[in-house]
Design a protein around this ligand. Structure first.
Ligand code: AMP
Ligand code: ZN
Length: 506
């Protein structure tokens, strides 16, 4: 009774397939525009298994697509790692001056490899909810989790369920171009027709040969994959199509929505390494088969996270949701833990590794607090100026080398150590402090672990605070208070402590 109540045949004509998703789902990220860097950026391309110079199809613009979540449950720490990897890449490309067009899909359509119970439908049933209400709730949770992890929302997050007609159109093209065929209400992709099949996942020829073996059932070859499924009776998510009332195969949504919103070839396509086969292999076959154009130039894949040395799996009972991890370890420590290793190395979440992330984050926060103490400590230190230039160069050079975050972070810590030493030895001036603060906060536009919401410490602000400190010391509290009020109007609070005044943004 429950399922029949839910069963609806969605029509895929009309408003549901809007040309562009509504404006509120687009989120233009404001990272301060900087001069475009013409230096060489290298990325590791899964397609060639090599680091290559990154040359986008249009100078200064990047068209990037990353496979998004299937909305059947809360984001786990493994998903978070992959989304975090591409958040760093997105932020860094912007930081470097690229204009990035970033699209990530939301899978809110059942994806089955064979007819059975889909995860979204199962999840809805468990909570006694309508499938679409359940998917909406999970999408809301997903965006909340992105926010708590400070992962920037992509510019566009199209939902599969709103692009069924687009997918049907792509499938029709594939049939017309001879790459797909209908059989008993199903539509299959004929892998024997696509000569590059297996190229991105580097399938061994013997395996491919088996996949291309003819069968005499519904599909022509062992490895032919489904583009369209007929829906079983009482199936709650289904749409009309020329072949049957049913639903699309999982892979087709990514080929369709990425091409639609970004155009081809994509500059970057990303995801976790588990998606290389079959998902990405099939995406290539579909997109190239339908358009005759190259699908994507650079394929980037992130490594997995282990939990205490083990694969995260429901059966092992060690799945940690992003929310629980944040609650237990703190947002900044989780974020730092996820970003501080190279995205192509496996990471292991243990009590020690997360503790170490917590300590490092504390060290950085203490450092930023310390350099905000408004107390001139000495003369301008030229050596520190040089160190800043060197750190900026190293940060960029390492990030340009396939986003080598561990080495980029090492350069920052070098600057932190040298600055701490200069403060201890009183060999640092207020100008040095401002420059260092601004440099670290600039890096934090990529890292996003410090409280950059504190705002920018400008020389003008610093001078005002120091001036006020002078009046206060001379006992002219009236003028000191006037300046404090002036600062408050500009959005800053100044507090007097034993080490001197400190400021923070209101
Ligand atoms: P899903 O919602 O299951 O489709 O997965 C969303 C993304 O999370 C995909 O890019 C997966 O590759 C990635 N992912 C899933 N498990 C892990 C893991 N343990 N470590 C890193 N990434 C993962
Ligand atoms: Zn995908």
């Amino acid at each position: 009774m429950f399922l029949s109540n839910l069963t609806k045949i969605y029509s895929c004509s009309g408003g549901r397939t809007a040309m562009r998703p509504p404006a509120e789902r687009r989120n233009r990220v404001r990272l301060s525009a900087r001069a475009f860097s013409d230096k060489m950026l290298k990325v590791y391309n899964t397609l060639t298994r090599k680091k290559e110079e990154f040359v986008p199809r249009e100078k200064g613009n990047v068209y990037m697509y990353v496979c998004g979540p299937t909305v059947y449950g809360l984001m786990h720490i493994g998903n978070a790692r992959t989304f975090m990897t591409f958040d760093i890449i997105y932020r860094y490309l912007k930081w470097r001056g690229f204009k990035v067009n970033y699209v990530q899909n939301v899978t809110d359509v059942g994806h089955l490899t064979d007819i059975g119970e889909d995860k979204i439908i199962k999840g809805a049933k468990k909570l006694g909810m309508e499938v679409t209400d359940f998917a909406n709730l999970m999408i809301k949770n997903y965006f909340e989790d992105l926010k708590s992890l400070d992962i920037l929302k992509p510019d566009l997050t199209p939902r599969a369920s709103e692009h069924i007609q687009d997918m049907i159109d792509v499938i029709k093209k594939l049939i017309k171009n001879g790459y797909a065929y209908e059989s008993e209400g199903y539509v299959y992709f004929d892998i024997s027709k696509f000569k590059n099949y297996g190229k991105i996942s580097k399938q061994d020829p013997e395996y491919l040969e088996k996949q291309r073996k003819e069968t005499h059932g519904r599909k022509r070859h062992e490895g032919d994959f489904v583009l369209w499924f007929p829906a079983p009776e009482n199936y709650p998510l289904k749409w009309k199509s020329p072949w049957s009332v049913g639903f699309p195969g999982w892979h087709i949504e990514c080929s369709t929505m990425s091409s639609k919103y970004l155009g081809l070839p994509l500059d970057i396509h990303g995801g976790g390494k588990d998606l290389i086969f079959p998902h990405h292999e099939d995406e290539v076959a579909q997109a190239e088969g339908a358009t005759g154009k190259k699908f994507c130039n650079y394929w980037l894949h992130g490594e997995f996270i282990l939990i205490r040395g083990e694969k995260m799996a429901k059966s092992l009972g060690n799945v940690i949701s992003a929310r629980d991890a944040i609650k237990k370890y703190g947002r900044k420590a989780v974020r730092y833990f996820l970003i501080s290793s190279h995205y192509r190395t496996e990471i292991n979440l243990t009590d020690e590794s997360i503790k170490s992330a917590q300590n490092t984050v504390k060290k950085l926060i203490d450092f930023v607090d310390r350099i905000q103490e408004i107390k001139p400590k000495g003369k301008y230190n030229e050596k520190l100026k040089k160190k800043i230039t060197e750190t900026k160069e190293k940060f960029e050079k390492n990030m340009d080398d396939d986003f080598n975050m561990p080495l980029a972070l090492a350069a920052i810590f070098d600057l932190v150590n040298e600055t701490n030493k200069a403060i201890n030895e009183k060999k640092i001036s207020k100008e040095n402090l401002v420059e260092i603060y601004e440099t670290v906060m600039d890096f934090d536009k990529v890292l996003s672990i410090l409280e950059h919401e504190k705002g920018k410490l400008t020389k003008e602000m610093m001078d005002l605070i120091i001036k006020r400190e002078g009046y206060r010391k001379r006992g002219d509290f009236e003028t000191a208070d006037k300046i404090r009020e002036e600062l408050r109007k500009r959005g800053y609070i100044v507090e007097d402590g034993p080490e001197g005044p400190r400021w923070r943004k209101i």
